[in-house]
Design a protein around this ligand. Structure first.
Ligand SMILES: [Zn+2]
Length: 329
């Protein structure tokens, strides 16, 4: 039992638990954070967390102790009840969501400092600063994330578990344009597009989640579905608002159910590549959607193109709109 408690506290450091409860602490010194006390009302911060000892102490109400003690006090639970609510199945995946949000914020700050990242966006035709900001597009140069997040008190183990760091401790995303994959406030994953020679597409471990920005289009009677985030961005920049993205041609169960959850027409526009794999996937998906009572139409792009290259090579919104209107069942 005693050993289990120690293992639990290592797995879930107090600071991470507090952050999950939306506690905001500022660093003071090497391994201390201070913020408003969650256990009593106060207007000046007197609640200290020591990340080295993994304990807290409040100079206002005099309470202190470890993670279990904090859960007991804040939720009015016994010791064993507190332990029970800290078992892995009861801990939401939001711990890693918090750290993903922080990583995405850092990447977003980096973008403007790396001309190679901006010129990559430019080559992909993406130059609207408002859209870049709205989509929270960032850049992972590699080599800066670990220092930044450990300085904020995130443990090395959590960073590795989240996939942000490789097993050897280096940043997982290196020279990649980064899009956070959000579901409301929750960042579920990050997509990284290499701007160098590395494997082009990368996600962190775990699910890619639902359709991209689905909450913006779920009430639209007509939805354009693309396979890549640069396709999504190109269409949005061209003024199309009813766009969503499946992050690949294979939809997971959740994404498929989203498309089927109401009457709508789905316009599929996957890459037209030489080996026809995009078109094959689009045909199969159209078929499956049809079997679920959803009207599917395939937008036929010129040979060798995807929605992103269509606009990069000079296509405009009016031309794309006529392809939408000519879409075939
Ligand atoms: Zn207090």
């Amino acid at each position: 039992m005693g050993e289990d408690v120690e293992a639990l506290k290592r797995r879930l450091p107090l600071l991470e638990y507090l952050r999950q409860c939306n506690w905001k602490g500022s660093p003071v010194g090497r391994s201390e954070f201070v913020g408003l006390c969650p256990l009593h009302e106060e207007t000046r911060p007197s609640f200290y967390v020591n990340t080295r000892k993994n304990v807290f102490y409040c100079h206002g109400c005099g309470q202190g102790g470890d993670l279990i003690r904090f859960v007991q006090l804040s939720r009015h639970l016994s010791f064993s009840q507190s332990l029970a609510c800290l078992t892995p199945q009861n801990i939401p995946s939001d711990y890693s969501a918090t750290v993903l949000r922080q990583a995405a914020a850092l990447y977003q700050q980096q973008l403007d400092h790396y001309p190679e990242a901006l010129s990559y966006l430019n080559r992909r035709g993406l130059d609207d600063p408002i859209l870049i900001k709205e989509l929270e597009i960032g850049y992972a140069p590699g080599g800066c994330l670990r220092r930044h997040l450990t300085a904020q008190g995130y443990s090395f183990d959590l960073l590795r578990q989240s996939g942000l760091l490789n097993v050897n401790g280096s940043d997982a995303f290196y020279q990649r344009i980064v899009f956070p994959l959000r579901h409301g406030e929750h960042v579920g994953n990050l997509y990284g597009r290499s701007i160098g020679a590395a494997f082009a597409h990368r996600f962190l471990p775990g699910s890619k989640g639902g359709l991209y920005a689905w909450e913006k289009v779920r009430h639209c009677p007509e939805v354009i579905l693309v396979e890549g985030l640069f396709d999504y961005a190109a269409l949005r920049q061209a003024g199309f608002r009813n766009v969503t993205c499946s992050l690949g041609t294979h939809l997971n169960g959740g994404q498929f159910r989203q498309l089927c959850n109401g009457p709508r027409t789905v316009y599929l526009t996957f890459d037209v590549d030489a080996n026809q794999s995009g078109q094959l996937a689009a045909n199969q998906l159209a078929h499956r959607l049809g079997a679920h009572g959803i009207t599917a139409r395939r937008i036929l792009l010129p040979e060798g193109q995807d929605p992103n290259s269509f606009f990069v090579q000079g296509g405009d919104a009016r031309q794309f709109q006529s392809l939408v209107e000519a879409a075939q069942p």
